[in-house]
Design a protein around this ligand. Sequence first.
Ligand code: PLP
Length: 379
Amino acid sequence: MNEQHLEPLKRHPEGRALCAEVDLGRIVRNLGRLRTAAAGRDIWGVVKANGYGHGAVPVGRALAEGGAHGLAVSNLEEGLELRQGGIECPILVLGGLRPEALPAASAEGLTIAVVGPEHLADYARILPQHPVALHLKLDTGMGRFGLLPSELGACMTGLQRLAPWIEGAMGHFATSDDPDQGFALRQRRTFDACLSQLSEAGIRPAQRHHGNSDACLRDLLDQDTHVRPGLALFGLTTIPEGRALGLEPALELVAEVARVKVVPAGTTVGYGRTFVAPQPMQIATLACGYADGYRRDLGNRGVVGFAGRTFPVVGRVSMDYLTVALPLDVPVAPGSPMTLFSADPAAPHSLERMAQTLATIPYELTCALHRRITRRFSV
Ligand SMILES: Cc1ncc(COP(=O)(O)O)c(C=O)c1O
């Protein structure tokens, strides 16, 4: 195969027809707000999934320089991407690692979550030659990864062999966004019980962390030494406490108008003819579609910002394009910038409001933003 095909697409410097503008200064300010909310605890900044779609390396660098203790990612590849980007702070791989990948993780100085009992013996065999710091994941009620409390006893000998490398213990809340804290507090008690059991066996991790963004905002941190926020770093939240903290959304998605046409009443727009112009109007076509991560079900439901107003997305969103209807008296031309996702949390086209429209969460919208979108960073 011709190697050139494997290179990333090169963009013309002027080619910002679709651009995610990311304000790193806001992310660093959000880090400070979270540190205050978490009463000064150290922060593992969660930047998995390309920094929740914002750009893992620039965001990770900004967080590290802004004083985050470390960064957390989902898998080995994401950790390596940060290292290749020149980031030197601790990087925690949350999703665990097969034993055969330990040498690569060790070479790059990654920290690895132990997510179950299955690899303890292999880890004990490999770690003396290829050391990594370990964080024990405890399944306190999330039901995905982590050692179950019922498994701890049987695993204790295996864990004791890993003790020299165990730096942390962690859990993950299933319901920290729920105003009813009953289950979260149960998870806390389970975490404490697991830590006591480990301590009796001589395993006393220096770090303990169970809290994501909402746990910082809802004071669910108890005796934790560290926290692991993701979403709130990007200024996004699904709970009122997040807005009260003054979190600043960091991302704005902007597309330039590619074409404008004036259409008579009765004109249909797009696949399936789901929009019929009720009167003469302008239809602006933007080069952003579901392949970029703009959800198809925002067709005839989404709005975009332009010239201080919002205008409806009409017709179906297609793979590479969407269409916006504007009255005839609004001056608009090819090259006019329209805001698809606003960084103003109160705007009708903010990520949070668009997520509500779609009955989803802002995480899903930002993580879906494709790497083909130009990302422009400011501080
Ligand atoms: C293990 C773990 N910790 C922390 C986080 C960060 O959560 P949030 O973005 O809600 O702060 C996540 C995100 O999914 C996670 O999976």
